[in-house]
Every structure is written in C-alpha cells, then in structure tokens.
Design a protein around this ligand. Sequence first.
Ligand code: ATP
Ligand code: MG
Length: 178
Amino acid sequence: MDLLPEGFKEQVDPQKLADPATHDTVMAEPYADRLVLCLAGPTGAGKTRTACALAARYFIERSAEFTFITWSEFVSQSTENARDSSESRLVARLADTPVLIIDDLGSGRATPVTGSVLTALIKRRIGEGRVTILTSQYSMTDALAGIAKKQDAAAIPRRIHEKGAVYVFERRREGRAP
Ligand SMILES: Nc1ncnc2c1ncn2[C@@H]1O[C@H](COP(=O)(O)OP(=O)(O)OP(=O)(O)O)[C@@H](O)[C@H]1O
Ligand SMILES: [Mg+2]
C-alpha cells in the first residue's frame, strides 16, 4: 500500500517559476516575524544548506538553540509513538525547541498518523511563537494540505501564509560562485 500522502506526489516545477529563490535571496529576506519558513525545490538546490544557515543566524542573533530532524526520523518516531498510543510525546519533545528544522518533508513514506502529529506540532509552535523551518522537494502548501486533517487542510497553509513564507529554489547551476 502506498502510504505517501496526497500532496506529496507533485514535484515542484522550477521552470514555471517567475522568481526562484536562492540562498542569498532567502538570507536577505526580513525574517523577524516569520514563524514558518518553507524551502522547496529540487534536490541539490541548497535547501538544507539554507535551512542550517537560517538556524545559525537565529543562534548568533538571538542565542536560540535549534533542533534538526529529518522527515524519515520524524515519520518513524511518530509511528513508534502511535503504537504505544502517545503520539503527543513526539509533539511534546519538539514543541519547545526555539528553532526546529524538519528536513526533506515527503522524502519517504508517511503513515496516516504522521500528518496529525505534524499538524499538531506546527499549530502549537505557531501558537507559542516558535520558528519552524521545513524543507521539501515537493510543493509545500500542497504537501501540508495533503497530510493535514480535513479541518486543518485549509487552516494550516493559511496560517503559514499569514505567519510564514514559502521559498521555491531552482536547480543549482554548475559553476556558480558560492
Ligand atoms: N549556492 C551554493 N554554493 C555552493 N555550494 C552550494 C550552494 N548551494 C548548495 N551547495 C552545496 O550543494 C550541496 C547540496 O545542497 P543541499 O544539501 O543544501 O541541497 P538540498 O536542496 O537540501 O538537496 P536535497 O533535496 O537532495 O536534500 C551541498 O553540498 C551544499 O553545500
Ligand atoms: Mg536537503
């Protein structure tokens, strides 16, 4: 059975972008009020590198510690926790870190419970004013809409739209200066 949620299936098409993001343009953006930063785009584009650079900046400028978790770790931990019927344990563990990176959303198969864990986590972090940085090869709004519970499917992308920003990278050209 294919457990990959709807919404993760569409790859981002950078050809269609009017204004693709780069490491430098993301770093130059105002970020003070942004609680969710979504970095989308093809493999090798620099999403993880930029996510880590953002986290480093929060650490340097605000002494904010960060936690890094890959999507596959997130999926397996959300599933483990569901098995002993306390999916909120993962949320509790990741809710309080000042800056959270979830890397490569949608890169592996997710279970149905993962969507509700992610939704609860993002809701809580936005509510408490903490910064979450997500990277994905998939269109982020679609990805979140696809895994969120029905009643949250519109609310979460809307909250991200209000409280955050989505940046779509294009494939990195060879030979470009760092
Ligand atoms: N602008 C850049 N200049 C120099 N090196 C870069 C630049 N952007 C990315 N890199 C390097 O390219 C490699 C791929 O970058 P990164 O891992 O951030 O990509 P990604 O978008 O996260 O890819 P994936 O989707 O496969 O995880 C890394 O070694 C990174 O350091
Ligand atoms: Mg990456």
